[in-house]
Design a protein around this ligand. Sequence first.
Ligand code: AMP
Length: 191
Amino acid sequence: MNIILLGPPGAGKGTQAQHLVDDRNMIQLSTGDMLRAAKDSGTEMGKVVADVMARGDLVTDEIVIGLIREKLEGDKQGGFIFDGFPRTLAQADALGQLLDEMGESLDHVIELQVNDDVLVDRIVNRAKEAVAAGGTARADDNAESLKVRLMAYYKQTSPLIGYYYAKGQLQGVDGLGQIAEVRAEIAGVLG
Ligand code: AMP
């Protein structure tokens, strides 16, 4: 089973993806994690994306599609969870083509629905908790980048809601509940 977790920054995509990895042996494909890893290891591509990411803008479709293409060639286990990908219509089309070529289907697109005030609180708290735990906050977990990230979501990613709705694949889940409640609701959708 292959699924997309769709939703704005702070909606809980990464948290819920981790549960699906634990519960169903699925593979989490987070383009955000892949890009951060490239940045941290100082690859050429990592250098190119660092500023764009810190600002909160989207990196190019070409880069993220390339990252996903590579991962799809690996082990499938219980299927793929696309987390933070696709984020543009071009990425959604590319994903459809890649899955077709592999003879794979896209089984569910789950939209984690939250409201914007909650997102801002969650992200500000995520940054504070990281610092309190002795680590460093994500470079893009600050009020300035968050505005850009939210705008990128509404301008470039939210059209995917209509796109997958029209394909009959969209399922909404209330992302405002407790983590365990959201987890149970997603489990109900996936069956
Ligand atoms: P995330 O961890 O999913 O919030 O992603 C962090 C940042 O990585 C985003 O703000 C973008 O700059 C970049 N990024 C992650 N996934 C994508 C994607 N699918 N397309 C474009 N940029 C992305």
